[in-house]
Design a protein around this ligand. Structure first.
Ligand code: SF4
Ligand code: SF4
Length: 57
C-alpha cells in the first residue's frame, strides 16, 4: 500500500529529496504523497523527524 503523510508533518521537506519516485510534493498545510506514484519503499518514513509518513492501512 502507498504511504500517506499525517497531520504530524512539520513541513521540513526532508522526505521530498529522499523519494526515489518523486512522489512527494509540498502541500497545504503539509507535504503530500501522490498515492499512484508511490512505490511503497519506506524511505520517507526513515528520514522523517516526526514519523509522519505511514503506510496506508
Ligand atoms: Fe516515496 Fe518511498 Fe515514501 Fe512512497 S514510500 S512516498 S516511494 S519515499
Ligand atoms: Fe513532513 Fe516528515 Fe516529510 Fe518533513 S520528512 S516534510 S515532517 S513528512
Amino acid at each position: 500500500m502507498p504511504y500517506v503523510i499525517s497531520d504530524a508533518c512539520i513541513a521540513c521537506g526532508a522526505c521530498e529529496a529522499e523519494c526515489p519516485a518523486s512522489a512527494i510534493s509540498e502541500g497545504d498545510p503539509h507535504y503530500v504523497i501522490d498515492e499512484s506514484t508511490c512505490i511503497d519503499c519506506g524511505a520517507c518514513s526513515g528520514v522523517c523527524p516526526v514519523d509522519a509518513p505511514q503506510e496506508k492501512a
